[in-house]
Write a protein that binds this ligand. Structure first.
Ligand code: PLP
Length: 456
């Protein structure tokens, strides 16, 4: 059982406010039971009942080095001694400049220009708007390029632009009337393969469909938007090997820009600093957020090429500037945390740990393979998913209203692990500093949850 520290200060009054006034994201408030974390250390979260819970989803896929890391804490304190916030609108700050330099240095070749925002959705909005404006302002304008090509089941955030290129209908269908049209290709899924396909020819199959769409909408597409390697909110859907590389080649061949959404998969999560590196891809835009600050503060960035930047230059009267900005874009406290986190990734050999613990995770998860409700177990770096199905043969999932994934994760809480599922998919994404013991505890908790829900 879990062991607690001293019980945090939490009373009925706070609980009532949490239920009645604090509107939680992606949460049915009529059923919400307060889960309050007022302290944390390393991979551990401490809740209001004094429970010590392993943060099995890195506080929504963003924590890298654990909570309250002394180096990141100190970097933020040091920055506080100078200034907490200055604007990026016509002004700058040494720490934000230094982070821009590091990002240019660390990202794939050609990404020389950094635009800051505060969250992943905004980083995507920036890329979409920049791509759109680029085609209108480049030396040989092509203003008819107004469309975006998105992947089936994509998720790029919750602002209206990012939802427009998203495709998770349970989240997005409600807002359809508010969205701009996007062209949608298939979801390049390695589990539910197209009829007649094997894993080794799946990429070619999907790419053919993308090629067809690019031909059909020739000259009208501004950019392709892709989550490299793993489509997170779709259910940690893993793309077949070669798909990302193939999309880059298609974008080049059809003279379309490529936006890589590294918000969830970047910052070491897949075992590469950037998922694009796994297939030697250099996109035209790279969006990063979540783990950029180590999972500490809201910092996001959109990186792009000099070619895009140049199309926005001109005299003041020409109005070619990018009229877009976020109050806290490039916030120095967040940038200080990001710089400290990037140093730690090098100093602590974080990528090496992801590779090693990823293998441990895979090995531990193989214990669940024979469970009749487990349809698929997939992993890339320290992203793993256990997909629950009603029928293994047909791969049909449980009706979502049965909330099987949620029930398993609820049971895992009693084994000291906090997980948050995506429908029938149990997501395992521990902080990148985790050890084999942590992995063992997470998998044991899922095993326990499966037993409690399906055999209990
Ligand atoms: C791939 C991807 N892009 C964008 C976002 C949006 O990021 P944010 O929640 O910081 O707006 C997310 C969030 O989960 C994501 O997974």
């Amino acid at each position: 059982m879990t062991q607690g520290r001293a019980l945090p200060q939490f009373d009925d009054r706070l609980s009532r406010v949490d239920r009645e006034n604090y509107w939680h994201a992606f949460t049915q408030m009529s059923e919400y039971e307060p889960l309050v974390f007022d302290s944390a250390q390393g991979v551990w979260l401490y809740d209001q009942h004094g429970r010590k819970l392993l943060d099995g989803v890195s506080s929504m896929w963003c924590n890298v080095h654990g909570h309250r890391h002394p180096v990141i804490d100190q970097a933020i304190r040091n920055q506080l001694e100078k200034v907490a916030h200055v604007s990026s609108l016509g002004a700058s700050n040494s720490t934000s400049i230094e982070l821009a330099r590091r990002l240019v240095e660390l990202t794939p070749a050609g990404l020389d220009c950094v635009f800051y925002s505060s969250d992943g959705s905004s980083a995507i909005e920036v890329a979409l708007k920049m791509a759109f404006q680029y085609w209108r302002q480049r030396p040989e304008p092509e203003p008819q390029r107004e469309l975006f090509l998105a992947l089936g089941n994509a998720y790029h955030g919750d602002t209206l632009g990012s939802v427009s290129v998203g495709g998770v209908s349970r989240f997005h269908a409600m807002f359809d009337p508010l969205l701009f049209d996007a062209i949608r290709g298939p979801c390049p899924d390695s589990y539910r393969l197209p009829a007649g396909c094997q894993l080794d020819n799946a990429a070619a199959h999907y790419l053919q469909e993308y090629d067809d769409l690019l031909r059909r909408f020739r000259g009208r597409i501004a950019a392709i938007v892709v989550e490299p390697l793993v489509q997170g909110a779709a259910g940690m859907v893993m793309q077949p090997p070669g798909f990302l590389r193939g999309i880059r080649e298609l974008a080049t061949e059809h003279d379309v820009l490529l936006i890589a959404d590294e918000v969830a998969v970047g910052m070491g999560r897949t075992g590469w600093l950037w998922a694009c590196e796994a297939e030697q891809v250099a996109p035209d835009f790279l969006c990063t957020g979540k783990g950029l600050s180590g999972g500490y503060l809201p910092v996001a960035a959109t990186l792009t090429t000099r070619q895009i930047w140049n199309a926005f230059l001109g005299t003041y009267e020409q109005s070619r500037s990018f009229f877009h900005g976020h109050t806290y874009g490039g916030n120095p406290l967040g940038c200080a945390a990001a710089l400290a986190s990037l140093n730690l990734i090098e100093d602590n050999l974080t990528l090496e740990n992801v590779a090693a613990q990823g293998l441990v995770l895979e090995q531990c998860l193989s214990r669940l393979q024979q469970h009749p409700a487990v349809g698929d177990i997939r992993r890339r770096g320290l992203i793993a998913a256990v997909e629950l199905v009603a029928d293994r043969q047909s791969q049909v999932g449980f009706p979502w209203a049965e909330r099987k994934g949620h029930l398993v994760c609820q049971a895992a809480l009693s084994r000291g692990v906090w997980l948050r599922p995506l429908g029938n998919v149990i997501v395992i994404m521990p902080p990148l500093c985790c050890t084999s013991e942590h992995i063992e505890q997470i998998v044991e908790s899922v095993q326990y949850g499966l037993h409690a829900v399906f055999s209990g």
